[in-house]
Write a protein that binds this ligand. Structure first.
Ligand code: ADP
Length: 837
């Protein structure tokens, strides 16, 4: 200020001096401006006046000293007037300022007014906020859910009453505690991780965060958390939590789940029932189509509508199998629909896509009806179903379409094709497809089996006929070699004797092979007949052992026989049982190298008996112990192959034993370690034992039982051989080569016994015996028929025609002898007036 005053004083003085010196208005103007500037710089008016006055007064003083007082006074007044001009200027300035002040004041007033109004508004707002805050606080406090405010690290800042209740901690104790401390240990790590994310801002909000809260007291409770990060004021960033106790919700959920589960279980049980029922229907009868119809009828009510089943025909077209419906009153519509075929329309309509996969169509469109119907009439009928959705289920096997199962639900049905129902439908379709495939395979298998059986029968028949035809020429060879070797011309010539012996041996081998084939064929055809007589197994064992003793000795094998002290009675056919034991013994000899041993023994085993045949031979690989009982199966080592037959002996043995309710098996410790064959047979009841002994121990025919036999046979070789054999037995034989001649011979010779072939030209055996039975003097003459291979019906026919017994051709001398023995005994008994038992 002093600087200003000094500057002003100096400027004024300079200007005033200039003015007083006569510089005129310009100097006065400068003095004025200097004063104004000083005023603007805050200098007081009086100071300005004093600054103006000082040079004037100094001027006046000098002028008073130099001039007269009048001029001095005049100049003083003039100066005074000049010096007053700053006042005027100030006054004007003040007036200007005053006016500006007034203006500012009024604008200040309006601002003040505005402020006051705003203040009022603010106050009102504040009061409203306060009121709201009060209400909020009440809400906050009494809300049923827990509200918490925590810092970003989870330290509790505020909590409402509900939160305190949930955490079982007085509200005032909560601030400062960490919320994570109230989380059960198992959930704490996850809680902290999420808290960290909220803190760093990678999550802003989380809703329905399921967690288990561990209150200060009491058991843990399930809670649902909602948390929002509040960062609008960074300095006071916080987390706002809503904690809800969801124990009740969980309980309800559990209850609902239980209920839902119960419902689901009931549905699932029903679905399971349907599937189980459908499965049993599908195998209910051998007629697969009838089974599929039953399934369609089962499915229609379950799927609340209609069930269509169409099947793919061999030419690829579809055939409507069944249209089943749930609505009993729709029978007519169903009948009409059965006359059409769903998806069976013209082949040019491409249904490939529709029948490729299970498809649900909802609602049914005209386009769908178009594809499904086989024509306009069918389409109209289908519309009558009032269907609202269709589930088309192609039945496929290895991608091959075998049929289509279509379910159509009708309007009003309650969402019938939910996923579970769809899955059930698909399962049904799959099972139907499988049933169709099984039926097809079964048909194929049956056809194949029939073919195989036919082939097998043809083979058996061929084998039987071939064997029979081979045996016919073989019989005279064997017979003649036996006859020839007894002739002295031959027995005395070593070369001829050896030759005949070789012929006989090979012919016998050949005959055994043929017999095996015949036996097996007869057994397969069920044509073998076995007697059921009580026989002593010991006797059979001993006889068989004796029969092979020579053969064993030739191979330097020892043969031990050990039988029980008591007879072993079994019910059976002695010849067949002997065949079995002989086969086993011959095998033992065949498959044992020289120096080995063979043993056979019988053992009582409770209600059974066992024959055990053991050898020290080549043994059997355990893997083949069963296979050797199959026909044509041989496990012989190559060096022995020449020894073996056709591999039929054991197969025949097993079948013969089965016919006797017995069994046979082999045991061996392995190749090179010998074999044991065991035969088990049921023992006969005690009362049969007497007859067992009786049968086996029949006395030989008494000498002098010679009879006159008429032998009728069209094959010369057999006729001649049989005649020779019968004559060797001491009988008189008359022969005839056909039925006609046979009748003549019968009339002429009145034989004691007639043996006749059946198949003969002109007059056959049946005709012959019927004629003979009509002759009063021959009607009681015993007659035996020579029948062909196992021809059961030939035997029955022969007996019915009037024969007394049958022999299958070519008959062995032993068989003929046995039959003759029986007839002679019967004759003897008749003559003695008694009947044998
Ligand atoms: P075959 O003796 O005519 O071959 P079998 O039916 O009697 O026919 O026997 C079948 C097979 O069983 C024989 O080829 C042989 O491999 C085996 N076998 C039978 N008996 C014995 C045995 N005592 N020792 C070793 N192997 C045997």
């Amino acid at each position: 200020m002093n600087d200003v005053a000094a500057t002003l004083a100096r400027d004024c003085e300079v200007a005033m001096q200039a003015y007083l010196a006569g510089s005129g208005e310009a100097a006065l103007r400068r003095a004025y401006l200097a004063g104004r500037e000083a005023l603007a710089n805050g200098m007081g008016v009086l100071d300005i006046l004093a600054a103006h006055q000082a040079p004037i007064i100094r001027e006046l003083h000098s002028q008073v000293r130099e001039q007269d007082s009048e001029r001095a006074i005049e100049q003083a007044f003039h100066c005074l007037a000049e010096s007053l001009s700053p006042f005027e200027m100030v006054f004007r300035g003040v007036q200007e300022a005053n006016a500006r002040l007034k203006q500012s004041l009024s604008s200040l007033r309006s601002v003040e007014e505005q402020l006051r109004r705003q203040n009022d508004e603010l106050l009102a707002a504040h009061r409203a906020v306060e009121k709201e805050r009060g209400r909020y606080q009440a809400l906050y406090d009494f809300a049923p859910d827990g509200y918490l405010v925590t810092g970003l690290e989870g330290a509790i800042l505020e909590a409402n009453t509900a939160a305190a209740a949930i955490l079982q901690t007085p509200k005032e104790l909560l601030p400062g505690q960490s919320l994570s401390e109230f989380v059960v240990k198992a959930d704490r790590a996850e809680f902290r991780e999420r808290l960290r994310k909220l803190h760093i801002g990678s999550i802003e909000k989380m809703e329905d965060w399921q967690i288990c809260i561990r209150p200060r007291e009491g058991p843990p409770i399930p809670a649902a958390l909602t948390v929002v990060a509040e960062r609008s004021v960074p300095a006071v960033a916080s987390l706002r939590w809503l904690i809800r106790d969801v124990t009740e919700r969980k309980r309800l959920e559990k209850e609902r789940d239980r209920w839902m589960f119960g419902r689901a279980k009931a549905h699932a049980a029903r679905r399971f029932e349907i599937l189980a029922e459908a499965s049993s229907l599908l195998v209910g009868s051998p007629d697969v189509e009838a089974n599929l119809i039953s399934v369609a009828r089962l499915a229609a009510p379950f799927f609340a509508g209609w069930c269509f089943i169409s099947l793919v025909e061999p030419d690829g077209s579809l055939r409507q199998l069944e249209v089943a419906h749930a609505n009993a009153s729709a029978a007519d519509l169903a009948n009409n629909l059965r006359r059409h075929c769903l998806f069976g329309g013209p082949a040019d309509r491409d249904r490939g896509a529709l029948l490729a996969y299970p498809q649900l169509t909802e609602p049914l469109t005209d386009e769908w009806y178009d594809l499904a119907a086989d024509g306009p009439q069918h389409s109209a009928l289908l519309h009558e179903l009032r269907g609202n959705s269709a589930l088309v289920l192609p039945m496929r096997i290895h991608k091959r379409l075998v049929g289509v199962l279509t379910l159509i639900s009708v309007v009003g049905a309650r969402r019938p094709y939910r996923p579970a129902a769809r899955a059930l439908g698909e399962d049904l379709a799959r099972r139907c497809a499988l049933a169709l495939e099984n039926a097809r395979l079964y048909r194929e298998v049956v056809a194949e089996r029939d073919k195989a059986e036919q082939a097998s029968r043809a083979k058996d028949q061929f084998v039987a006929i071939l064997s029979h035809e081979l045996r016919n020429p073989l019989t005279p060879i064997v017979g003649w070699t036996r006859t020839l070797k007894c002739r002295t011309q031959i027995s005395q010539d070593p070369v001829l004797a050896e030759g005949v012996k070789a012929i006989e041996k090979n012919a016998l081998t050949l005959r055994r092979l043929i017999d095996d084939c015949l036996d097996l064929a007869r057994i397969s055809e069920g044509k073998i007949q076995t007697e059921r007589k009580a026989v002593d197994l010991n006797q059979i064992v001993m006889t068989s052992a004796e029969a092979v003793r020579q053969m064993a000795a030739e191979r330097e094998l020892s043969l031990q026989v050990e039988v029980t002290a008591e007879p072993v009675p079994v019910l059976g056919d002695a010849t067949r049982l002997e065949q079995v034991i002989m086969n086993l013994l011959i095998n033992a000899v065949k498959y044992t190298k020289g120096g080995g041993s063979i043993s056979i023994r019988t053992v009582w085993m409770g209600e059974e008996t066992e024959v055990e045949i053991t050898d020290t031979g080549i043994g059997i690989d355990p893997a083949y112990l069963e296979q050797i009982f199959e026909p044509f199966r041989q496990r012989t080592s190559s060096w022995l192959r020449s020894q073996s037959g056709l591999g039929l002996g054991l197969a025949i043995a097993r079948r013969i034993l089965e016919m006797h309710e017995g069994r046979i098996w082999a045991e061996s410790a392995g190749l090179g370690r010998g074999s044991t064959f065991r035969v088990r047979l049921p023992l006969a009841a005690v009362e049969d034992q007497a007859s067992a002994a009786g049968t086996v121990e029949q006395p030989p025919a008494a000498p002098g039982d010679s009879i006159r036999i008429l032998l009728i046979e069209d094959l010369d070789d057999i006729l001649f051989l049989m005649k020779t054999e019968l004559e060797k037995m001491g009988h008189t034989v008359v022969t005839a080569t056909d039925g006609h001649r046979g009748l003549e011979a019968a009339r002429a010779h009145h034989p004691d016994l007639i043996i006749s072939d059946i198949r003969m030209p002109v007059v056959d055996g049946y005709q012959l015996i019927r004629t003979i039975r009509d002759m009063p003097d021959l009607n009681t003459t015993p007659a035996i028929a020579l029948t062909g291979f196992g021809a059961k019906k030939d035997i029955e026919r022969a007996l019915a025609a009037g024969f007394n017994g049958c022999l299958s051709k070519p008959a062995e001398p032993e068989e003929v002898a046995a039959l003759l023995k029986q007839l002679i005994e019967r004759r003897r008994a008749v003559h003695a007036g008694t009947q044998p038992g």
